[in-house]
Design a protein around this ligand. Structure first.
Ligand SMILES: [Zn+2]
Length: 361
């Protein structure tokens, strides 16, 4: 059994992955979503588990943006959660490429680092405590967890991780790790967003012709992205990684099958379905028909229509779009006219619910 839950993580990611014995599965958590995700979704889910099952094989904090790290800090800071990961993957300031002039990091008191050090988890242990990074050449890092889940690292490259260094302090502060900074509550964000919806039905053919320009944000480029494999199933967990890096990683895996492409059972789209992170070249580089969108549309109105149109046109035969919220920004894709014309399906949480689960036997 392999089960992926996209928890309702606001405009961020919080992926709860279970594998093995359905009655007593092993677990991996990838990101904690926004700060509000913790109390609303993650803590209740953890507290519903018996204490002894709150030991996770791995906790990955993909990068320092608030919509991934906010809930992660809350989680590690709260003893009520009883969360005990064996290992944590996170690239902190100490993992950014060093220069001879480097002294101590600019934000030594930075919260997540302190919390990881205080936890009993091994930090980047699978990478000899060094950075979680794809080497410039040779095979990709491939880590097998207890119980047989295999993770192949696709991002970040050393260059993308290095680009983060000049921005580290500013980004860490933006991510809310500076306790002096206050951030808007999620309810306030939602209210502002009500006004922004409704732009008429999407014109898929026009949208897919829009030129592609890649994301240049350093924090996104520093994302830990990977392929997760279990019992012949394969998931692409893209975090907010840059699509050229994802494609280069997949290309290094080598070709397979009659199409010569990597076969995927699902792709969690990078950066919540941003048009700058879902390139035609990436979509053409693998075989996949299940596409996962994790976002409530807050702040950036994700997913972008261009990205959804690319998935519909280039994402294999009869692609299945799966959303962890129903919002003003993704609801237009539920149109029967569009679904029939372009032969795709769209799945949303049941009415009154948030979050989505996909399971493979
Ligand atoms: Zn994000």
């Amino acid at each position: 059994m392999l089960r992926l839950q996209m928890l309702p993580a606001g405009h961020g990611d919080c992926l709860w992955l279970e594998y093995g014995d359905p009655g007593n599965p092993r677990r991996v958590l990838i990101d904690g979503g926004t700060k509000g995700t913790y109390k609303r979704a993650l803590l209740p889910k953890l507290q519903a588990l018996p204490e002894e099952q709150r030991r996770f094989e791995l906790f990955v904090v993909t990068h320092i943006d608030a919509d991934h790290i906010g809930g992660s800090v809350e989680l590690l800071a709260d003893p009520r959660a009883g969360f005990r990961p064996r290992e944590i993957w996170f690239n902190g300031f100490r993992h950014l490429p060093a220069e001879p002039t480097d002294t101590l990091g600019p934000v030594q008191g930075e919260l997540l680092t302190d919390l990881i050090l205080r936890s009993k988890a091994s930090w980047n242990g699978a990478f000899s405590k060094r950075a979680v990074v794809v080497p410039p050449s040779g095979s990709l890092p491939r880590i097998e967890l207890e119980g047989g889940l295999v993770l192949t690292l696709l991002s970040p490259t050393p260059e993308r991780l290095a680009s983060l260094k000049p921005q580290w302090e500013a980004e860490v502060r933006k991510a809310g790790l500076d306790p002096r900074q206050t951030r808007p509550e999620e309810s306030e964000m939602r209210e502002g967003l009500r006004l922004l919806g409704g732009e008429g039905p999407p014109d898929v053919d026009a949208l897919v012709r829009a030129p592609f320009a890649e994301d240049g944000a350093a924090p996104n480029g520093s994302s830990i992205a990977m392929l997760a494999e279990f019992e012949g199933r394969r998931l692409l967990l893209s975090a907010d990684a840059h699509p050229s890096v994802l494609k280069a990683g997949l290309d290094r895996l080598g070709t397979e099958g009659k199409t010569g492409k990597t076969a995927l059972d699902a792709c969690k789209l990078s950066h919540h379905g941003s048009k700058a992170n879902t390139s035609p070249a990436l979509l053409r580089s693998f075989d996949c028909t299940v596409y996962l969108f994790s976002t409530n549309g807050a702040y950036f109105k994700h997913p972008d229509r261009e990205a959804v149109a690319r998935v519909i046109k280039l994402g294999g035969a009869g692609p299945a779009l799966k959303f962890n919220y129903r919002t003003d920004y993704n609801a237009p894709w539920d149109s029967r006219t569009l679904r029939e014309k372009y032969d795709y399906s769209a799945t949303f949480p049941p009415a009154g619910e948030e979050g989505l689960t996909i399971e493979w036997e």
